[in-house]
Design a protein around this ligand. Structure first.
Ligand code: NDP
Length: 446
């Protein structure tokens, strides 16, 4: 790592002890930035790196609520308003028991560059809570969301900070959060949250956007080697929002999606995953993936407690959570013939896994580029809200496709320009960073 970057990195680690995911995200970006610092000493002079690593604002708050048995529960809420050089803070809310400041900061940091890559006017932020929605009734989830928003609302606004969903926060939770925001502020401010329902300001294609975008990006990468995803064997991790629509788009492009997972295990369906059934079980019934094998019957296997990356794949799409693909899984995937890996989730591959893919010549897309379709479509939702308009599915999907192809090409060109063709990690990090750094320089020391 470049000496200037190393010094800032050490300082970031020391000032943020114990936040291992945040350290990992910073290290991963810094590994790419050496050549940029060489070309642009003005970034160092203006302390752009130090400023980028320090969030503009961090909010941590108590979320008290009452469960169905009348017991008081206390959770912790977070919102990290990371960087507003390019626009209002924008990034999802995650409800998962693993959430703590280090996770929110890693996600927020990634979000800055991802949002820059989309070409849309949005800054970076992220938030969430250690609340676990699993096993909670609808009424409990609603009371939690209302209490969460009762604190968070004062920090939000369509020109200030615009949250969306993430793990554990889907359309239902966004509905409860929006309802409470509207009630407290007495404003029908559609553009304050994205991922809304269609009849109250949501955008067509937003639910599909992250998964669709990931597959569109993977397809663009594959095409650079002369073969699209058609008839390729695809393995996906997760069975949530991103995974479901990644599988659906891969199938539309003619791929054979054979496996997906949840946090308990994975299913293999050699005839092709029935995505509607996965959606029915996981999204509608809020059940477990194990049920899929029961309902599909003979020929479909369910393996509990093991990794979906044990399944042979030509194309791997990690769409579950951070650090789910380690060195051993990456080595196994390479041995099984994987040639394309695109991160639907945020930071699902460890640095060691990425090194394995890159040294084997696998086309590897980092999440900040490959999964940017979700936030880009959120920005399209904000556009529709601002103009009180709603676009057709076809038009919105066309915009998403253009955005994903644009991100792909920008990453590929930047990698080429910096002498590392096909290195999408370098291309994404440099391209996103330069855009934010230029805006920060122009706006002075704030
Ligand atoms: P969901 O909550 O809809 O789905 C998450 C899926 O991942 C579920 O199948 C879940 O299994 C599985 N999962 C979660 N944690 C683990 C774990 N520790 N081990 C194994 N499996 C796990 O979330 P999303 O699909 O929205 O998000 C998935 C990833 O994509 C996250 O990294 C998120 O940050 C990222 N992302 C999401 C965007 C969006 O628009 N939603 C945008 C950009 C990135 P189970 O059902 O058992 O909990």
């Amino acid at each position: 790592m470049h000496a200037e970057l190393l010094a800032v990195r050490d300082q970031v680690h020391a000032r943020n002890p114990g936040e291992v995911e945040f350290h990992q995200a910073v290290d991963e970006v810094f590994e790419s930035l050496g050549p940029v610092i060489e070309r642009h000493p003005e970034y160092v002079e203006a302390a752009v790196l130090e400023r980028l690593c320090e969030p503009e604002r961090q909010i941590i708050f108590r979320v008290p609520w009452t469960d169905d048995s009348g017991r008081v529960q206390i959770n912790r809420g977070f919102r990290v308003e990371y960087n507003s050089a390019l626009g209002p803070y924008k990034g999802g809310l995650r409800f998962h028991p693993s959430v703590y400041l280090g996770i929110v900061k890693f996600l927020g940091f990634e979000q800055i560059f991802k949002n820059a890559l989309t070409g849309m006017p949005i800054g970076g932020g992220k938030g969430g809570s250690d609340f676990d929605p699993r096993g909670r009734s609808k009424a409990e989830v609603m009371r939690f969301c209302q209490s969460f928003m009762t604190e968070l609302y004062r920090h939000l606004g369509e020109h200030t900070d615009v949250p969306a969903g993430d793990i554990g926060v889907g359309g239902r939770e966004i509905g409860y959060l929006f309802g409470q925001y509207k009630r407290i502020t007495n404003r029908y401010e559609s553009g304050v949250l994205t991922g809304k329902g269609l009849s109250w300001g949501g955008s067509l294609v937003r639910p599909e956007a992250t998964g669709y975008g990931t597959v569109l990006f993977a397809n663009e990468m594959a095409k650079t080697r002369g073969r699209s995803l058609e008839e390729r064997r695809v393995v996906v991790s997760g069975s949530g929002n991103v995974a479901i629509y990644a599988m659906a788009k891969a199938q539309q492009l003619g791929a054979n999606v054979v496996a997906c997972s949840d946090s308990d295990g994975f299913v293999v369906d050699e005839g092709g995953i029935d995505v509607d059934l996965v959606r029915q079980i996981k999204e509608v019934e809020r059940g477990r993936l194990k049920e899929y094998a029961v309902r599909r019957g003979a020929g479909v296997s369910y393996v509990e407690g093991a990794s979906v990356w044990d399944v042979n794949a030509e194309v791997a799409l990690p769409c579950a959570t951070q650090n789910e693909v380690g060195e051993a899984a990456a080595t196994r995937l390479v041995a099984s013939g994987v040639t394309v890996v695109a991160e639907g989730a945020n930071m699902p591959c460890t640095p060691e896994a990425i090194a394995v893919f890159q040294s084997a010549g696998v086309l590897f897309a980092p999440g900040k580029a490959a999964n940017a379709g979700g936030v880009a479509t959120s920005a399209l939702e904000m556009q529709q809200n601002a103009s009180r308009d709603s676009w057709t599915f076809e038009y919105t999907e066309q915009r998403l496709t253009e955005i994903m192809v644009g991100i792909h090409d920008r990453c590929a060109q930047t990698a080429e320009e910096y002498g590392a063709p096909s290195n999408y990690v370098l291309g994404a990090n440099i391209s996103g960073f330069v855009k934010v750094a230029e805006a920060m320089l122009a706006q002075g020391l704030v």
